[in-house]
Write a protein that binds this ligand. Structure first.
Ligand code: PBG
Length: 325
């Protein structure tokens, strides 16, 4: 019988063979691990909608940081959950704000760990929007001034990277200018360049107490139906001086990760958001999915789609799973 066809299975014959031809590898340095820091003392409280993720007060945080470092994870992103909120998010840019204190501590405990500060106002404003409100709408340009103050105070506290997530127009230009004028020309900006108005942020908003008190974020975050708009958003941020481009969320936006990877030369970060984490946790808790293999499949998918870095609540578990292999 002489038939001609391709024998693809030759390269899948054994685990060793599969290891040889694997195109995409995950490693500890791919991951950025998110931390939620709260005020007060003695607090290590699990976030109900995000099993395995905790609110830490500063006195409880050191052990967590040491664990992250010992796993070989290179970077964390810090989110502050302040006790006091007001109309203009004062605690976001206060010298002794919870994030500023947290950054100082983390840099003291782990000087080599790359600390990223999320630069936004929604956890700090009583209305829960990412900017200041005028006549019921989020007012772009006055919000920029507060974001610049926030970024500078985070850099002063020792942040290695500023990550603005607020989706105001011009935020990269404003923050770049502000950092440069304040002696922080060497601090990179990781822009949440392409951030969709997603329902997958639900558990994060429980964790960060940042649900908008009226309306939604659709006038500043992007419509999930749009792809060309992602290119316009990313192009603006590149022109304004961004050093990293983030795509958020990740799972429903793999095409956008690939598009941004192909069109721009900057490192691309995929944000594997809270809802994407929680739904796997919930399915696993019910015995419907195998958490480890499903999570690793998704993470390698983000990398294959073009992400250089993955911001994920799975970071610590993923490194442990990879080490088991
Ligand atoms: C702040 C911010 C949000 C997330 C990260 N930074 C929430 C939002 O835009 O409402 C969501 C992250 C997640 O869901 O894991 N603007």
């Amino acid at each position: 019988m002489s038939m001609s066809f391709d024998r693809h299975r030759r390269l899948r014959n054994s685990a060793g063979m599969r290891n040889l031809v694997r195109e995409t590898q995950l490693q500890a340095s791919d991951f950025i691990y998110p931390l939620f820091i709260v005020e007060g003392e003695g607090k290590k409280q699990e976030i109900p909608s995000m099993p395995g993720v905790y609110h830490y007060s500063l006195d409880q945080l050191q052990e967590e940081i040491e664990e992250v470092v010992s796993l070989g994870i290179q970077s964390v992103i810090v989110f502050g959950v302040p006790d006091h909120k007001d109309e203009i998010g004062t605690q976001a840019y206060h010298e002794c704000g919870i994030v500023q204190q947290g950054i100082r501590k983390i840099k003291e405990w782990a000087p080599g760990l790359v600390v990223i500060a999320d630069t936004c106002l929604c956890q700090y404003t009583d209305h829960g929007h990412c900017g200041v409100i005028k006549d019921g709408v989020v007012d772009n340009d006055p919000s920029l001034e507060l974001l610049v103050k926030t970024a500078i105070s985070q850099a002063q506290a020792g942040a290695d990277i500023i990550a603005p997530s607020n989706m105001m127009d011009g935020f990269v230009a404003a923050i770049r200018a502000g950092l440069d004028e304040s002696g922080f020309a060497h601090i990179p900006i990781m822009s949440y360049a392409v951030k969709y108005a997603s329902s997958f942020y639900g558990p994060f908003r429980d964790a960060a107490h940042s649900t908008p008190q009226f309306g939604d974020r659709k006038t500043y975050q992007m419509d999930p139906a749009n792809m060309r708009e992602a290119l316009r958003e990313a192009a603006s941020d590149v022109n304004e001086g961004a050093d990293f481009l983030m795509v958020k969320p990740a799972m429903a936006y793999m095409d956008i990760i690939r598009l941004v990877r192909d069109q721009f030369d900057l490192p691309v970060v995929a944000y594997n958001v809270s809802g994407e984490y929680s739904m796997i946790k919930a399915a696993a808790a019910n015995g419907w999915l195998d958490e480890k293999s499903v999570a690793l499949e998704l993470l390698v998918g983000f990398k294959r789609a073009g992400a250089d870095l993955i911001l994920t609540y799975f970071a610590k578990d993923a490194v442990r799973w990879l080490n088991e292999k």
